[in-house]
Design a binder for this molecule. Structure first.
Ligand code: MG
Length: 293
């Protein structure tokens, strides 16, 4: 029997960005827009729609501007984008976004490979993004990658994630998402790490970002839920991976996560049939999904 069950949790949909980003074939802009509109119609209230990253690094997201201009903006829905630097923030603001997302790893090797910066450099960049975002009335959500393990460095000490989380909170991030970049968590660490970090954060909320590993990701979500996490990241259709993390599987499949919570009597505000439909559509856009577990 679970204790202190909330009436609802919040689902953070990352499919259009984190899900589609590693796809090798360029996905037409109108299909990306259709996916985002389907997610809006399904009741998703927080959707990561694209990233403002240099097209040389992430060619799949080179239509960020067109995507932002083409989507139907649902009432009460927060659309946000990943920004790696101040230039990205500027573009996101220009596109009318009120929220941006930053990312860095706890692992030096992964951070270097993913962002071409040391962890210390990333922290300085993210601090600058937070400062400029606050001046423009834009909220910042922050990912920490490789929290539960790094494909290059192996096991990661949770103290490292705590240190980064406290820094991100001090910069002004309102929510910190703990990322299991390559599916290396166990239900025990999925419980223990957020519990430990959550006890130390004063203002920022925590989110869980698990990746598929033959279904274990749902056990991780349940463990994080028991540890007090109330925000869960997922990608409709289970799309995604990390181009710089060999073996990275797709994101936790939103429709399965929603079904799990609904069966427990915990609301998400999402229509199960419609999110399944969005998931099926997302899978038709992917060539990677067919190669993964
Ligand atoms: Mg992910």
């Amino acid at each position: 029997m679970l204790e202190n069950m909330p009436e609802s949790v919040s689902v953070f949909e990352v499919g259009p960005r984190d899900g589609l980003q590693p796809e090798p074939e360029f996905i037409p802009t109108e299909k990306k827009i259709r996916l985002i509109d389907m997610l809006t119609d399904a009741g998703c209230r927080r959707i990561e729609v694209t990233s403002f990253v240099h097209p040389k690094w992430v060619p799949q997201m080179r239509d960020a501007r067109e995507v932002c201009a083409g989507i139907r903006r649902g009432e009460g829905v927060v659309y946000n984008a990943l920004v790696p630097n101040l230039k990205g923030l500027e573009l996101a603001i220009d596109c009318g976004l009120k929220e941006v997302v930053t990312i860095m790893s706890t692992s030096e090797s992964h951070n270097k490979k993913n962002l071409n910066m040391s962890c210390a450099e990333s922290l300085r960049e993210i601090e600058a993004i937070n400062r400029a975002a606050a001046q423009n009335g834009v909220r910042v959500r922050s990912y920490i990658a490789t929290v539960f393990g790094c494909p290059m460095e192996g096991e990661m000490p949770p103290e490292k994630a705590l240190e980064v989380a406290l820094a991100l909170e001090s910069f002004g991030a309102y929510e910190i998402s703990l990322g299991d970049t390559t599916g290396m968590a166990s239900p025990l660490s999925a419980y223990g790490v957020p519990k430990m970090i959550g006890a130390r954060l004063k203002r920022a909320g925590l989110a869980a970002h698990f990746h598929r590993f033959f279904g274990l990701e749902h056990a991780h979500n349940l463990a994080a839920f028991q540890a007090g996490v109330r925000v869960f990241d997922g990608a409709a259709g289970g799309l995604g991976g990390c181009p710089y993390a060999p073996g990275a599987k797709g994101n936790c499949q939103t429709e399965v996560m929603v079904e799990m919570f609904h069966r427990m009597g915990v609301g998400t505000g999402i229509d199960l049939e419609k999110i399944r439909e969005a998931g099926r559509f997302a899978q038709t856009l992917s060539t990677l999904i067919h190669q993964k577990c």
